[in-house]
Design a protein around this ligand. Sequence first.
Ligand SMILES: [Zn+2]
Length: 373
Amino acid sequence: MDGWGEFEFGDQKVAPGTRLETHLSIGNDPMGQSADIPIQILHGVKSGPTVAIIAALHGDELNGTGIIHHLVYGDDHIPGTSDDHISPEQLSGTLILVPVVNVEGMMMGTRTAPDGRDINRLFPGQKEGSQSSRLAYSLFKNVIKRADYLIDLHTAPASRMNVPQIRADFDKSSCKKIARAFGTNVIMNSKGPKGSIRREATEAGTPAILMESGTSHRFESEALECGVKGILNVLSYLEMIERQVIKPNWRILVRKFRWVRAPVGGILHTLVLGGALVSEGETIAYVTDPFGARVDDVKSPVNGYIVGLATTPLVRSGDPIANIVFVRKKKIQEILSIESATNNSIQNDNDSVAEEEIEDDDGSTLDETETTA
Ligand SMILES: [Zn+2]
């Protein structure tokens, strides 16, 4: 042993190589019951960093909760079986897992907390503040400040889907490194809005990344799988577990993107999927009147990659339809040939990730427009 001792959480102690299921108390609910956030701590046998992984800060964004469940207990959800991805007996460092931050929001099926506030605008929170601000304060003080890194798991709102992607502040090398290690094809540059946990955590000395994947109110296997792989990649990169980091075959680092909006209101028919590579001028969707007759087309303004897409067919003029990242035509050809050569975008154990940092002067940045992270 290397002097690696117990991990203290409140008045509880976690011995090396063990796990603790506990909670963070944040006051009382209307019935006078204790309002608690579930916390699982895996304290490794050897020294290493502390990583916090949190989900459902927005109560309706469930994929992150599923990702944490699969991460610790595997596909069978039975503790201690061979498909568990992580065990404290084979871990260096400490994991603090928060499968549901916004417990009441989850039960109500809402993004916000019962007081109507978006908790992810209130960090680092206030001890004597509103109900949501107290939750933010307690989580920040007891979990985030204890961690060396933070992974925050999100999804798109119900009307849209997001292709698995990492959002991170490219100007902070520690954020960019773990963002790359996670291994998604797309990484978006973004500090996050003021008061968001990833921005405030990073500023307070806990480099944070955010994963966006899929849509709200459901578990989606692609999102769950990508989240589990990504987290395992980060933990391997930090040498907390013994496993090879699985790199993507191509990667784009994005500073700007375009929102394509509905030209008219009506019924939307999309012609592409999230993750599609599209050409400038290509029709990606069309809008019909209530009788089904086509009234207008939605075209891509750029050559690019679709990172987010509308999933509900009812649109009003100006509603977002697709979030498209500009990609040069030559790069699109390169990505297509890599994809067809491997027929699998994430099995590559050499160092040659075809990576490109994309500057698109005319696009918007996430921090200018972000309202949903
Ligand atoms: Zn969210």
